[in-house]
Design a protein around this ligand. Sequence first.
Ligand SMILES: [Zn+2]
Length: 470
Amino acid sequence: MSVLIKGGRVITAADDYVGDVFVDGERISLIGESLDLQADRVIDAAGKYVLPGCVDPHTHLDMPFGGTVTIDDVQAGQTSAAFGGTTCHVDFIIQPHGSSFADALDEWKAKADGKQVIDMGYHMAVTDLKDGGSLEELASLPEQGITSYKLFMAYKGALMVDDETLFRTMQVAAQTGALVMVHAENGDAIDVLVKEALAAGHTDPHYHALTRPPETEGEATNRAIQLARVAGSPLYVVHVSCRESVEPIARAREAGWNIHGETCTQYFFIDYSYLERPNFEGAKWVYTPPPRPKENQDVLWNAVRTDTLSVISTDHCAFLWDGQKTLGKDDFSKIPNGGPGLENRLQMIHEFGVRAGRISLNRMVELLCTNPAKLFGLYPRKGTVAVGSDADLVIFDPAKELTISAQTHHSKSDYNLFEGTRVTGTPEIVLLRGQVLVENGELQVEPGFGQFVRRAKFGEELKPAATAAA
Ligand SMILES: [Zn+2]
């Protein structure tokens, strides 16, 4: 199967030109000004952008959490991703307490088996080094293509690890070439604040934010940075939401340390006031870290513009408002934390980042495609439009208008974080490894088409040749 994409405006992190892209099999084999080639399929992309398929390094599909399980399984979540132009993501395996890493990996692979629509990799979330996996076993994961370890510094009594576990994991990462990711919040202090709030009879959703103040995120971010320095491991701080955690990352990067950070789409748009909406509606925006006071939004735009933060992810962790979020109707601490977002990242950042003049098209591609691919061992197979790269491509119509809504999204969630938002610009055709994935508003592949990708170690490239062994 060959595909010739004619006359599109090809945009990568570095380039912006009008040209033809020829796809032979699963990869891009030729790019030129005016290619005169026979192809099984010709796509006229005049007036459209040709973008690399987006890479989302932070999602939670089919994950047990807060006494329930996320509503989007692998098939629903990945379908939602595909419609939004995301062709590869990295999901979190959560090591169950007492379980080996191998068992956790088997469990998560079984959830994806036969359901994969797009390509995916895994991070390993380490929760238990005492009764569960060993340091030796942890050290063996990068050889299996799982090249990042995640640690939760919050969710006391559930996912949270102590500093010894965090530090030992960092030491292993320094040896094995894995990237350490942290959910940076001070879980002990938050636990005290939550108990105090409940004792005082405060049960409404907005107490979710009031019991997790920005300083608890800033403190944990700085602690993780300093410990990574001692251990000699690279560090990636997930879902940075506020000035208090942007600042230590900015200082570290200015000093040339191996520290990286991401924020998520919702932090640019949803502020604390959403949590105060009446009749429990605020629970829709109960995710962690919580929506912050509005002034943080400019801090985050500035951080992604200046490369203090290098990635925008979604932290897609979808629940039903009616039936799952309602578990916390009388107690904000029982509201499952998370929201849907996998489908709307490109539309929202294009509209309010690029069209609003905050970032360039090149920078958008860098934040949504190239940087996540580079940081997580997927580049240059993923994350760019180049000869030899996987033909993961988004034909993006920059003129098409649409209104974001739960009525039309593909997540199983009964609400959308950005309900009613008008945007101009959306994916028209999405390709994954040379196959049309989405066209005419329909998914064009059968579940099972997506593949597990063995990622390269931190700082190493994933060469196209590696696909044969994958
Ligand atoms: Zn997350």
